[in-house]
Every structure is written in structure tokens, then in C-alpha cells.
Design a binder for this molecule. Structure first.
Ligand code: PMV
Length: 368
């Protein structure tokens, strides 16, 4: 077990110069899904994802010495320039959870200014990008106030660990390319506590793969991810599912290395449908896909049959479809989306994204 608890990370507050740290961190899309957790945000099975490029959260963490000592964390969060009470509360709880690791957080007053690159109303979860951006800011803050990390891999592993405590799948977003979260016998260094990068094993075909996100519905989900994970505990298929996901993560790593786009797609689509089948077989059962999700899936299958192009879909815990495909077929796919699929999307909206290079530390004054 990794133990980041460290009571020596406390400050002489009179020496703190108020300043700020800023990170931009992307979202990720799971190829093999994490669904089911235990203990302190530990996964029931390994998962693997692509980190995206366009869908990202930009977070600035402003800090100064806290004047009056209080019980919990002293933090206020602004989303797109407006104070957000819901996110402030969630962030406060997250920071308090980190007190044993970062006791200095009790000694600071924090202002977090955050914004997403994708429209707020798009119905896309921002927890992976948001929590990873905040975790990166916190590890950079540790470096600023104490000692720099000598090893970048250690910096990222710690950021991934902290991100996981905020939102499980966020731990995969600290790396560009592809990342695995969860202990896998065949993958040295892999862990349930933080993600590891598998970008070096990515075939060139996958390095700039496309992910176009079709916004079937922008409404709030009727069952949250947190509740969904919880319902896996009573799911009759849980044990078989966890074993399947472990095998598939293993196989997916081989597929990603070899550049086998068809096997990639087979696993991808089966993972999406299995995830939603698990929801439908939970107690109580629930359905998050919409009729238009199925209409689009049928058309994707038809498109593949008629053209032979390796266009495949996946879903996360909602009705929106991610369309994954190699750059070589970008033109016919974009045409197909415009002509045949946008009709099924709310407000005819989709977001074009690609596999990305991972988070970036920005200058606080940078206007991006
Ligand atoms: O990280 P959470 O608790 O929001 O769960 C994410 C679950 C899925 O997106 C459905 C799968 C995954 O591995 O990202």
C-alpha cells in the first residue's frame, strides 16, 4: 500500500507568499470500463482509457496564509467566474479528506477558479478533468511550499492517487495517450491506488485516434455514477464481470500495441453494452440510454457493413455516444455524422475530440 500520510508537511505561515498555480487537464474515455468500487475509492477491476485533448478543465488554485484557524478547509470555488456553492461543498470535503496527506491545507485560504472547455450544458461529466486538474494543482503546491519531486513519474503517480480520491476515473487523466488503472499481473507497476501510463505501448494508429462525442441528451442523469457503482455490490453478474474486465484490459493492451482496429472496436462496443446491461440488471434496474442512442447504434452498424470502415462506438454512464475511429477515415465519418447522425442529437450538437497529450501546467497570466 502506498502511504502518503505525512505530518511533516506543515508550514510556518508567516513565510507564505500569496500566489497561484494553474493546470489544464483533459477528460478521458474508458475503453474497458471501471464499474464497481470498494474501500476508499478502489476499483473492483482494472480499466484502460484514452486521454482526450479538447474536453478539458482549466483550474487556477490561489492560496494564501489563513488568518483564523477553523475546523475544516477554507475554500471557495468559482465555476466560469461565478461562485458555485455545490462545487465548493464537494471540494471542501475532498480537501478535508486529504488533511492526513497534506496537513498544510488546514493552514491556507484557497480560492479555486475553474472552467471547462466544453459547454456547461453539454451533459458531459467534468469530474475526471476537474478532479485531475485540482490534484495536479495540489501536488504542484506541495512542490512550491516544500521540496520539488526529483522524479516526474512520482509527481504524476501522486497526482493520480489524489485525483482518484476525488473521482475514481479522474486518476487516468493525468497521463496523455492511454492509461491503466488497477493492478494487472502482466503490467509492472500497475496499481489499484493510482493509474499508470501505457502510452509507450500505443501503436501509431491509436496515437491520434478520433473521438467524436454525440450529445444525444443533455439532461442530468437519473442515477449518478456513485449510486451506480454502489448497486454493483448486489448485482448477480458482478463476479463474472470483474473477471471479464480484467481479461479484457489485458487483451486491450495487446490490441493497442498491435494496432488492431477491428478487435479494438469489438471489445469497445461490447464494453459499452455490458456497462449498460449491468445497469439494467441492478436492483433496482435502471436505463440510461435513450431511444436515439439505439437509433445511432443501428446506423453505425449499417455504416460499417456498407463501407467496411472501422468506426466503433462506446458509451459512458449516460446516453451520449463516443465514436472512435482512425484519422484515415475522418472524412467519410464526419460526412456520415453530419448527414445521418446529427438528426438524433439534442440541438444537433457533437464535440469533435482526439487522443491527447495529457495535462499542461499553464502560466497564471496565460490568456488561453
Ligand atoms: O469515476 P466515476 O466514479 O465517475 O466512474 C466512471 C465510470 C465510467 O465512466 C462509466 C467508466 C470509466 O471507467 O470511466
Amino acid at each position: 500500500m502506498t502511504d502518503y500520510k505525512n505530518s511533516s508537511l506543515t508550514l510556518i505561515t508567516s513565510e507564505i507568499i500569496p500566489s497561484a498555480i494553474r493546470w489544464r487537464s483533459p477528460s478521458n474515455i474508458a475503453l474497458v470500463k471501471y464499474w464497481g468500487k470498494h474501500g476508499n475509492q478502489l476499483p473492483r477491476n482494472p480499466s484502460v482509457s484514452f486521454t482526450l485533448s479538447g474536453a478539458a478543465t482549466d483550474t487556477t488554485l490561489e492560496y494564501k496564509a489563513r488568518m483564523e484557524s477553523g475546523e475544516g478547509a477554507d475554500v471557495v470555488l468559482y465555476l466560469d467566474g461565478e461562485k458555485n456553492d455545490g462545487f465548493t461543498k464537494r471540494t471542501k470535503l475532498f480537501l478535508e479528506k486529504l488533511f492526513p496527506i497534506y496537513p498544510f491545507l488546514k493552514q491556507l485560504s484557497l480560492t479555486i477558479k475553474t472552467s471547462n472547455s466544453f459547454p456547461h450544458s453539454a451533459g458531459i461529466a467534468s469530474s475526471a478533468s476537474g478532479m485531475s486538474a485540482l490534484a495536479l494543482c495540489l501536488v504542484s503546491l506541495e512542490e512550491t511550499l516544500f521540496e520539488p519531486f526529483t522524479d516526474r513519474a512520482e509527481f504524476l503517480a501522486k497526482a493520480s492517487y489524489l485525483a482518484r480520491l476525488g473521482s475514481g476515473s479522474a486518476c487516468r487523466s493525468v497521463y496523455g495517450g492511454a492509461a491503466v488503472w488497477g493492478a494487472l499481473a502482466a503490467l509492472k507497476g500497475s496499481s489499484d491506488e493510482f493509474a499508470v501510463s501505457v502510452t509507450e505501448n500505443l501503436h501509431p494508429t491509436f496515437q491520434d485516434y478520433h473521438d467524436d462525442i454525440l450529445l444525444i441528451s443533455k439532461s442530468e442523469k437519473s442515477v449518478s455514477s456513485r449510486a451506480g457503482h454502489g448497486l454493483m455490490e448486489g448485482n448477480p453478474y458482478a463476479t463474472a464481470r470483474y473477471a471479464q474486465a480484467t481479461r479484457r484490459t489485458d487483451e486491450m493492451l495487446t490490441v493497442l500495441r498491435q494496432g488492431n482496429v477491428d478487435r479494438f472496436g469489438e471489445i469497445l462496443e461490447s464494453e459499452a453494452l455490458t456497462l449498460h446491461a449491468l445497469m439494467m440488471s441492478s436492483h433496482p434496474p435502471y436505463v440510461l440510454i435513450r431511444p436515439n442512442t439505439l437509433a445511432v447504434i443501428e446506423r453505425i452498424h449499417l455504416f460499417r457493413e456498407q463501407t467496411g470502415h472501422p468506426l466503433y462506438f462506446t458509451l459512458d454512464a449516460g446516453p451520449n455516444l463516443h465514436l472512435l475511429y482512425p484519422h484515415s477515415i475522418a472524412e467519410p465519418v464526419k460526412h456520415f455524422i453530419r448527414e445521418q447522425l446529427l438528426y438524433f442529437c439534442e440541438d444537433k450538437m457533437y464535440l469533435a475530440d482526439r487522443v491527447g497529450k495529457g495535462p499542461e501546467r499553464l502560466e497564471v497570466s496565460d490568456q488561453r
